[in-house]
Each structure stands twice: as C-alpha cells, then as structure tokens.
Design a protein around this ligand. Structure first.
Ligand SMILES: Nc1ncnc2c1ncn2[C@@H]1O[C@H](COP(=O)(O)OP(=O)(O)OP(=O)(O)O)[C@@H](O)[C@H]1O
Length: 231
C-alpha cells in the first residue's frame, strides 16, 4: 500500500505540490488527472525520490520512504515509467531491458516472459537500438523495462502521450494485465480521460499543486470530475 500524506514540494521558491495526499493499493489502478503543469509529474518524482519533499510523508509497505534515495526505493519494488519514456537511444532493446537489473538481486536478473507476451514486438527487436524504435514501441519498451524490476508499485506518466491508437490499446491491455495479477499497485498519470476511465479504480484530479477532487470508481460523479478537470 502506498500512502502519500500531505506532501509539499518546491522548485526553489516555487511551490509545485501543496498538501497532496494519494493512496494506491495492490491490484488497483489509481489515476491522477489534470491539465499540463498542475503537478502530476512532480507527484511521481516525489514518490520515486527524484525530488525531495519539504513536508509530509510517503509511506510504502508500512514505512516512510521520503528520506530514501531513488535507488533504494527501486530496490523496494518501486518502478517508474517516465513521461517521454527515457529510453537509452544507443543501447539495444535487450540492453535497455537489462538496465532494470540494477534494482534486483543477482539471482532474479532475468527478463520475465510476460514482457514479450504483452509486447511481442520487443522480442522481434531485441538487437535493435532503442533510438530506432517508434514512439509507441519505445513506450512498450519503457513499460517492459519497468516490468523487469518485478515492481510492487508501478508509476506511469502519460503512457498514451503521442502514441497511435492501436498501440494505446496494447498499453491499456498491458496495464489491465498487470493490475489483474493482483500484487502490483499502479499509479497512472493520464490526460486521456477515456483511457483513465476504463482502467481506473480510484481517481484524483489535480489543479495548481493540489488534489481538488478524489473518488473511487463506485462513487465517481462524472460531472464533478469533468468540472474539476476544467477548473
Ligand atoms: N525542474 C523544475 N524546475 C522548476 N519548475 C518546475 C520544474 N519541473 C516542473 N516545474 C513546475 O512545476 C509545476 C508542476 O509541473 P509538473 O511537471 O509536475 O506538472 P504536470 O501536471 O506533470 O504537467 P505536464 O503534464 O505538462 O508534465 C509547473 O508549474 C512546472 O512549470
């Protein structure tokens, strides 16, 4: 269980997160919605440890990880698929996947077969350079690389951004598969509302650094959600 409690994050004097709280539980997808620049990426960066929080707590599996370095968080099963994918362009697909080994004990350093079951194109392109893949293929590679870590918390930042519809479907299927495994808590940052609505169990809408609307699927008020997004 992830329990982000009332975190504040600053870039210099500019406050990007204001008392943000968010939960994510295994087997469920928590969607974070909101326009550009409202703090969604900052929230993920705080959870993975790429930027320190100035106040609040980030509890993961019962302990506060807010003071841990990013590599220590990765070793605790937290994987991040960043916006823009951050594939290594000069490394092959296989080498890109293997970069995730750094977070694993030696005996667990293998690529799980479900990476290739979900994204067969990666198996066909193992020796190609990451930079030669299309945007959609790179997104699949970024998700595959996160899966190599056998995460228990998976954070995805706008995985549909700039991706063609057929690959968006594959990515949606992959997220649903990972959710249904039951052991992974997923946080999905998304601008594409229909995609989020299909996958989400919980929803949080952000505006100017704060969560302005939160609901579970069962008590989601579509009108309130859309109003919050239009703020
Ligand atoms: N490295 C940084 N230095 C200074 N300000 C930053 C930095 N990164 C983000 N910001 C600012 O913090 C605010 C939140 O940005 P953030 O990227 O978290 O938003 P976002 O909701 O993820 O938007 P997008 O979808 O465009 O990435 C914005 O005002 C942004 O300009």
């Amino acid at each position: 269980m992830l329990n982000v409690q009332s975190i504040d994050l600053y870039y210099g004097a500019a406050q990007a997160l204001r008392g943000v709280s968010l939960q994510a539980e295994p087997g469920k997808v928590t969607c974070v919605l909101g326009r550009n620049g409202v703090g969604k990426t900052s929230l993920l960066r705080a959870i993975v440890g790429q930027h320190a929080v100035r106040a609040g707590a980030i509890e993961w599996e019962g302990s506060d990880i807010a003071g841990l370095a990013p590599d220590r968080r990765a070793r605790r099963g937290i994987a991040y698929v960043p916006q823009g994918r951050e594939i290594f362009p000069l490394l092959t697909v296989q080498e890109n996947l293997e970069t995730a080994f750094a977070a694993l004990p030696r005996r667990e350093r293998s690529i799980p077969p479900d990476v290739f079951n979900l994204f067969p194109v990666l198996a066909d392109m193992l020796r190609r350079r990451g930079g030669d893949l299309s945007g959609g293929q790179q997104q699949q590679l970024a998700i595959g690389r996160a899966m190599v870590m056998r995460p228990r918390l998976l954070l995805l930042d706008e995985p549909t951004e700039g991706i063609q519809p057929s690959i968006i479907k594959d990515i949606g299927r992959a997220i649903a598969y990972l959710r249904d495994l039951g052991g992974i808590a997923i946080v999905l940052v998304e601008q594409y509302l229909d995609f989020a609505r299909e996958l989400g169990d919980h929803f949080a809408v952000m505006d100017r650094g704060s969560v302005v609307y939160a609901a579970s699927r069962a008590d989601l008020d579509e009108g309130a959600l859309r109003r919050a997004l239009a703020l």
